[in-house]
Design a protein around this ligand. Structure first.
Ligand code: MTE
Length: 334
């Protein structure tokens, strides 16, 4: 991944909207939620959908047509969420170009993310191939969690994700004892995804976690941001979120989740094994071979070029996740 200087379209802090405004202010530009089949299934119908829109926003925010509940356990008041516009216009999604501004434009030129089929397979007792909406209903709907997000390129955001804990999906899959890792495969559709017609990465984009990492309470599958359906450029309709790891672990637009016996090779590890490993835990004491990881640029803070802050061990989730790595040499690029 390249480090580049900010472009003039990157928003200054003054353009950032505080989170409370998102929770309270109705947004006329909100996309409509086309997934009424889910609402029907739950006995709402058109009248119920309208009524839901009248509920206080904290209760009624929807994700891909799914109600989402704010989970107070994952809402640190010290974290100021990054503005929606920034989260959705400063993206890494190489399938749609390598510039941060490319995915918002190119992933919305007719690329369809609904309907969407996802397959869950491998060493499990309950293999499934189902529609993304059906998966979310099987997961019992959505909750909202505010997580720090740290890219390996040394920039960061704070993102209110809507979705469900990955551990619920693991439970549904019911892994066999031989399953030790989980792989996440992104859509491969070169006809409709321009970047996949080039050899810039080894397609499709794949990522992986150890099974106990996937089962950790913080690991999450996002289907929304700020209570709105997750935009294509952020990985619609299903995208992995692992807040204590560098952002490249968070595979987007997932079509396949496989339970496997051996540690898989992830895309960036295949592309540049000297620079990117499998674990990729955020660590201020281990520099990238080409830049320091001791601090990070906070997108949307401190003016045009972003404020800087110290990088936190495991991106601030050390207490929760350090136990997963006991006995491992955290300085090694595994
Ligand atoms: N997933 C796919 N399929 N393709 C990608 O290029 N980029 C990764 C990750 N997931 C990427 C991907 C990287 S490097 C980062 S930092 C995050 O997505 C960026 O997520 P965001 O665009 O929602 O901020």
């Amino acid at each position: 991944m390249l480090i580049r200087s900010p472009k003039d379209w990157e928003l200054p802090e003054s353009a950032a909207t505080p989170e409370r405004d998102y929770l309270l202010r109705p947004r006329s530009s909100e996309p409509s939620f086309p997934r009424r089949d889910f609402l029907k299934a739950f006995g709402y119908g058109a009248a119920g959908f309208a009524a839901a829109a009248l509920l206080p926003r904290r209760l009624a925010a929807t994700t891909a047509g799914f109600p989402t509940r704010i989970n107070p356990a994952y809402r640190d008041p010290a974290l100021e969420p990054t503005a929606y516009e920034q989260i959705t216009s400063y993206n890494n999604f190489y399938e749609f170009g390598t510039d941060k501004a490319d995915p918002k434009v190119r992933a919305n030129r007719g690329w369809q993310t609904e309907p969407w089929t996802v397959e869950i397979g491998g060493l499990i007792r309950n293999p499934l191939k189902l529609d993304a909406n059906d998966l979310v209903s099987k997961m019992g709907g959505c909750e909202q969690r505010v997580y720090r997000f740290r890219c390996v390129e040394a920039w960061s955001m704070v993102i209110p994700w809507d979705g469900f804990p990955l551990a619920k999906l693991v439970k549904l899959a019911d892994p066999k004892p031989e399953a030790k890792f989980v792989t996440f495969t992104t859509v491969h559709d070169p006809r409709n995804i321009p970047g996949q017609r080039s050899g810039i990465l080894d397609w499709p984009y794949v990522e992986g976690l150890r099974l106990d990492e996937a089962n950790h309470e913080l690991a999450f599958i996002a289907t929304g941001i700020y209570g709105r359906p997750i935009p294509n450029q952020n990985g619609a309709p299903l995208r992995l979120v692992v807040p204590w790891k560098y952002g490249f672990k968070c595979g987007k637009s997932l079509v396949k989740i496989d339970f496997v016996a051996r540690q898989p090779r992830n895309t960036w590890q295949i592309m540049a094994p000297d620079e990117y490993g499998f674990y990729a835990n955020v660590n201020p004491n281990v520099d990238h071979p080409r830049w320091s990881q001791a601090s990070e640029r906070v997108i949307g803070a401190g003016g045009l070029f972003g404020g800087r802050q110290r990088t936190l061990m495991f991106n601030g989730y050390e207490k929760q996740v350090a136990g997963l790595y006991q006995g491992m040499d955290l300085k090694r690029n595994y």
